[in-house]
Design a protein around this ligand. Structure first.
Ligand code: GLU
Length: 429
């Protein structure tokens, strides 16, 4: 697979001609402000110690503290972290929330760990990286294979460190240092479903622009984790026809339209590891017919939603995509080569930095509630999120029409201009 960081820089360079900025300022955007790489040591259940490589990348803080998730995945590496932290800078700018971009990760297959090991790993990460985090410095959140429980362990660890002799911050609520927490620990109502909900709002906007009738609009979703599931749920609620879904073990195709809740129940029935990870596969659900995961990408549907990992639509399979619209719910699921192939075929691509920004936007709501001591009802959170997603969608659509460019380039132009404006105003001395 091509280097994701090289891809991210190439994408940035491709919009340079639409941006009025001194070259040196523009070039600063290519390099993360901080790369923090550490080895963390964890006690395993059998008494042995294991060492893991862990990262926090802080890309740009011109518009506010760094913001971005922490992922646990065997393929985590520095190039990926550099690319994803840069994407977070653009994402926060597209939806106009006052954060910069960051990303963290541990090179680990969390499904191979017991719950206790997972807890010790999460705590050890926070122990090591706590000095870099803070409500006004850098605010982590869940990402691939991490969730509210993991945030709770990390919060607890942060509080312990804050109270210990190694005091990190004075007068600062530790609750505003992480988002995506359980509601019982200062998490926001609606945060869990936020990314999928935001994506469904984008789907509604696309249907309006393309004049698609919801009940005839077919949707296939690759990836049935938190993001894929909630996208399916809200798309179904809004009257769209979700006909296919997949996870890493396989896919199902239900031409009449599936019930996302039943599909999830079926997946869960297969059992869980450590109470945190589903090991079942949506392909085991006794509905419709099963497909290979790769075949889902080639279904003749109206909307294809990659909601798994980066690079799932690449030059090897892009030619076979039959959908007319792709809504990117994973981060960077379409490689630049695949993007070219899809565009040549006339496929409309809604970029990740717009369509999956509902998660970080609701993280911003969570952080705001934590800092002000407020607690908003779920309907309030989702209504505010709807407004942000609709406004951002319209802004990106307008830039695209004004400049006659695709939606990804338009989202980049909007975001990069906002970040550069902040840098310019702050001065260069
Ligand atoms: N991991 C999510 C993302 O990639 C959310 C980040 C956050 O809430 O800070 O957008």
């Amino acid at each position: 697979m091509p280097d994701p960081y090289i891809n991210a820089v190439a994408q940035l360079d491709s919009v340079k001609k639409y941006i009025d900025a001194p070259g040196n300022l523009f070039d600063q955007l290519k390099t993360p402000e901080h790369i923090i790489r550490k080895s963390i040591s964890v006690q395993m259940d059998n008494g042995s110690k294991k060492t893991f490589v862990a990262f926090r990348l802080q890309h740009n803080s011109a518009r506010g503290p760094y913001k971005g998730g922490i992922r646990f995945h065997p393929q985590v590496n520095e190039a990926e972290m550099k690319a994803l932290s840069m994407l977070m800078t653009w994402k926060c700018a597209v939806v106009d929330i006052p954060f910069g971009g960051g990303k963290g990760g541990i090179v680990v297959d969390p499904k191979s760990l017991s719950e206790k090991e997972l807890e010790r790993l999460s705590r050890s990460y926070m122990k090591t990286f706590a000095p870099y985090f803070g409500a006004w410095k850098d605010i982590p959140a869940p990402d691939v294979n991490t969730n509210a429980q993991i945030m709770a362990w990390m919060l607890d660890e942060y509080i312990k460190i804050q109270n210990s002799k190694f005091k990190i911050q004075d007068d600062e609520s530790p609750y505003a240092v992480l988002t995506g927490k359980p509601v019982e620990l200062g998490g926001s109502q609606g945060r869990e479903e936020a990314t999928g909900f935001g994506g469904a709002i984008v789907l509604e906007q696309i249907a309006k622009k393309l004049k698609l009738k919801r009940q005839y609009t077919t949707v296939a979703i690759q990836g049935f984790g938190n993001v894929g599931y909630w996208f399916a749920y809200f798309a179904d609620q809004a009257g769209f026809k979700v006909v296919a879904a997949s996870d890493s073990k396989g896919a199902i195709f239900v031409p009449k339209g599936m019930n996302p809740e039943l599909t999830l129940a079926g997946k869960k029935e297969q059992g869980t590891i450590a109470g945190n990870y589903c090991v079942g596969s949506v392909c085991d659900v006794k509905l419709g017919k099963t497909l290979a995961e790769e075949d889902l990408l080639q279904l003749k549907v109206d909307i294809l939603v990659p909601a798994a990992l980066e690079g799932s639509i690449h030059k090897g399979n892009a030619g076979k995509v039959q959908a007319r619209t792709v809504i990117e719910m994973a981060n960077a699921p379409v490689t630049p080569e695949a993007d070219v192939v899809l565009q040549k075929k006339g496929v409309l691509i809604v970029p990740d930095i717009l369509s999956n920004a509902g998660g970080v936007t609701t993280s911003y709501f969570e952080w705001s509630q934590n800092l002000s001591g407020a607690s908003w009802k779920k309907e309030v959170v989702l209504q505010k999120l709807r407004e942000v997603m609709e406004t951002s969608f319209d802004a990106v659509w307008s830039v695209s029409k004004e400049n006659n460019i695709d939606l990804r380039s338009a989202a980049y132009v909007l975001a990069v201009r906002r970040v550069l404006d902040a840098m310019r105003l702050r001065g260069t001395q």
